[in-house]
Structure formats: structure tokens, C-alpha cells
Design a protein around this ligand. Structure first.
Ligand SMILES: Nc1ncnc2c1ncn2[C@@H]1O[C@H](COP(=O)(O)OP(=O)(O)OP(=O)(O)O)[C@@H](O)[C@H]1O
Length: 267
């Protein structure tokens, strides 16, 4: 659905994206995970056509990003909702701006907000931080884009609101069957939401499903004796034997994405 081949982007002498290639299939939720300044926003802006690659190319459903805007709903990093309108008005206005007839925009706005448990009559300014973000996301869903781009959707939110937005994104993916690209520097967010992750720090340092990345990077599984709390570190190729012999109730875990992230970005 989305393909980038050898994309380079610099600001003067500063290279923000270096030879970046990726592929995203329909229905996937793919996260670009990387440190501040790692080039995530620059890459997103090229995907939604606001910047052009210096070298390389991006294709969305086979066409250039500038020709694919109708397929994309974008919530940029700096997006802030209009404060003084109701949630319903907010989503309706965005629908109208995208050319939907008034009645249709209003009907879909109410549907979208109610489905995701936001009171359409609430004034945006009075909503929680999480619900403000959800209203922004609902505002791009109104035209039913195939692809949603969320640049750091939970930055600055408290942990509770962040979880709320995560649940919302999961529902949007499931209920509205969207292809979703998101960027974050929160590992937990990437781990919670993504089908696949690209580690990006100028270049793509690693790519894969969260579990595959964990397996690739883990030398040891952590086995916990559930009753005593005792922990054992078992080498991958010895885990089968260990489990066969274990005469206690246990839990097996791979290392966290956090440990892997640290290894990748320390290189
Ligand atoms: N318009 C610009 N002009 C000059 N330099 C820029 C511009 N936009 C970004 N940069 C620089 O390019 C690099 C990549 O920035 P970018 O915003 O793409 O990273 P990011 O991963 O999204 O970071 P963050 O998580 O902090 O938003 C940074 O060093 C940044 O300072």
C-alpha cells in the first residue's frame, strides 16, 4: 500500500533521513520508533506530501504522495484542536473542509464520536487531553481515508489519557479497518499497538514484528517460577528442554523492547 525506496532528506548539511526504505501493507499498523530528532516527522511529512525526498521515491497505492492525499488522514505532531466549538462541530467542520455535504458531515461526526464515547455536545476546551486527541483523530476519520498517519499521537499526555488513546487507536484499526502509520519515542506505545516496528534514527536500524525483534535480540528467555518468584535465564536453544523438565508453574518472557531499543541506539 505504501512503499519507500532509498529516501534521503536533508536540511542544509543536516541529514534527517538517510537511505530509508520500507513497505507497509493494507491493514497494518506500523510504528516508526526512534529518539527525538531521529527523523520521524521528516519522514511522515514526505509520506503525506508536504516535503519531497531529495533522492529516492515514495509511492502510495502506486502514485506519488501529492496525488494520494485523498487516501490519507493526517494528524501532524503540532495539531491542536479548535477549542471553542463542540466536538460535533469540530469533526463536522473538518468534514466540510474536505468537501462533505453538511448533513452527511454532521451525521458521520455524531456517529464517529458516539462510537468512540465522546459526547458530541461537549465543548472541546472542556474535554480531557485524551479526548481532545481522540476528537482530532475522529476529525480525520470523517472522510473515511484508507490510511491514517499519527505523528506522536500521545506526546504530552498523562499515562491514563495515553492508554485511552491507545484503546481508541486499536478500535479504529479494528472497526474502521484502517492502515495506520504512527511515530513515537515511547517504547511501550510501539509494543502495545504495532504489527510491525521500524527503528529509525536517520537510517532504518531494524525492522520487524515486535516479537520477532525481541527473539532476534534475545539471547535468553526469562523464566519465572510463579509460586516462588525465582527467576531463571535460559538460553534460547535450551528453553524447550528446560520447560520439559520444569516441575513448577512458570511464565516465560522475552526481553522488553526497551532493552533492545537501548542496544540499537547505543550502537
Ligand atoms: N525545517 C527544518 N529545518 C532544519 N532542520 C530541521 C527541520 N525540521 C527538522 N529538522 C532537524 O532534522 C532532524 C530530524 O527532525 P525530525 O523532526 O524529523 O525528527 P523526529 O524524529 O520527528 O523528532 P521529534 O521526536 O523530536 O519530533 C532534527 O535534527 C531536527 O532538528
Amino acid at each position: 500500500m505504501i512503499e519507500a525506496k532509498n529516501v534521503w532528506k536533508s536540511y542544509g548539511k543536516l541529514i534527517a533521513n538517510e537511505d530509508v526504505s520500507f513497505r507497509i501493507d493494507e491493514g497494518e499498523l506500523v510504528t516508526f520508533l526512534g529518539p527525538n530528532g531521529g527523523g520521524k516527522t521528516t519522514l511522515m511529512r514526505q509520506i503525506y506530501g508536504e516535503l519531497k525526498p531529495d533522492k529516492g521515491e515514495i509511492r502510495i497505492l502506486g502514485v506519488k504522495p501529492s496525488k494520494a492525499l485523498k487516501y490519507m488522514g493526517v494528524v501532524p505532531q503540532e495539531a491542536r484542536p479548535l477549542d471553542s466549538v463542540t466536538a460535533e462541530e469540530h469533526v463536522t467542520i473538518l468534514g466540510r473542509l474536505k468537501g462533505l455535504p453538511k448533513n452527511e458531515a454532521k451525521k458521520r461526526a455524531i456517529e464517529l464520536l458516539e462510537k468512540f464515547k465522546i459526547n458530541p455536545k461537549a465543548v472541546v476546551d472542556d474535554l480531557s487531553g485524551g479526548n481532545k486527541r481522540k476528537t482530532l483523530i475522529a476529525s480525520v476519520l470523517i472522510t473515511d481515508p484508507k490510511i491514517i498517519i499519527l505523528d506522536e499521537p500521545t506526546v504530552g499526555l498523562d499515562p491514563e489519557s495515553r492508554r485511552e488513546v491507545w484503546e481508541y487507536i486499536k478500535e479504529v484499526k479494528k472497526e474502521e479497518k484502517k492502515t495506520i502509520i504512527l511515530t513515537t519515542h515511547y517504547l511501550e506505545e510501539a509494543e502495545e499497538l504495532s504489527d510491525r516496528v521500524y527503528f529509525l534514527n536517520k537510517k532504518i536500524l531494524m525492522e520487524g514484528k515486535v516479537n520477532e525483534i525481541k527473539e532476534k535480540f534475545s539471547e535468553y528467555y526469562e523464566v519465572t517460577n510463579v509460586e516462588s518468584g525465582e527467576k531463571y535465564y535460559v538460553k534460547i536453544h535450551e528453553i524447550k528442554d528446560f520447560i520439559a523438565k520444569a516441575n513448577f508453574k512458570f511464565e516465560v518472557k522475552l526481553p522488553s523492547l526497551e532493552e533492545i531499543y537501548t542496544k540499537v541506539f547505543e550502537k
